[in-house]
Design a protein. Structure first.
Length: 157
């Protein structure tokens, strides 16, 4: 069986290009494991704008983008669940109401199969604390409608 030089050349090019694509895939896979160690784009900005004695004071510890980065870049659902729970427990207390609501409303999309009742409950607890246990809080969080107050001339039974 004889092959023409052009056929041999095209087969060699096909194997070479396939090998290059495989090598790129391996490199991208190894880089994706390191993606959780990403640093902010402008790390110097915090020290410039917050020159307090305590290096952690003044910095916004509740970054929704950090939670989203953890959720979207952790491939293993079990690891993603543990990491998300730890982040909410440690950083959730520094979040504003708007940030907590943003995380709560997007958690299913960001966490996928790692979303859990524990994460939902932890976010609800943080929201209750942030909203200062107001009666309207329960209506907003749990959909409970409070009965109207009785009129002055009606007796309470």
């Amino acid at each position: 069986m004889k092959f023409s030089p052009t056929a041999i050349l095209s087969i060699c090019l096909m194997f070479f290009s396939h090998g290059v694509l495989l090598a790129q895939g391996v490199e991208e896979a190894s880089n994706s494991d390191k993606s959780l160690d990403k640093v902010p784009i402008r790390p110097v900005q915090n020290s410039s704008f917050y020159p307090d004695d305590d290096p952690e004071s003044g910095k916004d510890r509740c970054l929704v983008g950090k939670f989203r980065l953890i959720a979207l870049n952790t491939k293993d659902p079990t690891e993603r669940l543990k990491t998300a729970e730890l982040w909410i427990q440690s950083e959730g207390k520094f979040c504003t109401i708007a940030k907590l609501l943003s995380i709560r409303n997007n958690r299913a999309q960001w966490l996928g199969t790692a979303d859990s009742i524990t994460i939902d409950a932890e976010l609800d607890m943080q929201l209750e604390i942030a909203l200062d246990k107001n009666d309207e809080t329960f209506a907003a969080l749990y959909g409970l409608k409070l009965p109207p107050p009785p009129a002055d001339d009606e007796e309470v039974q």
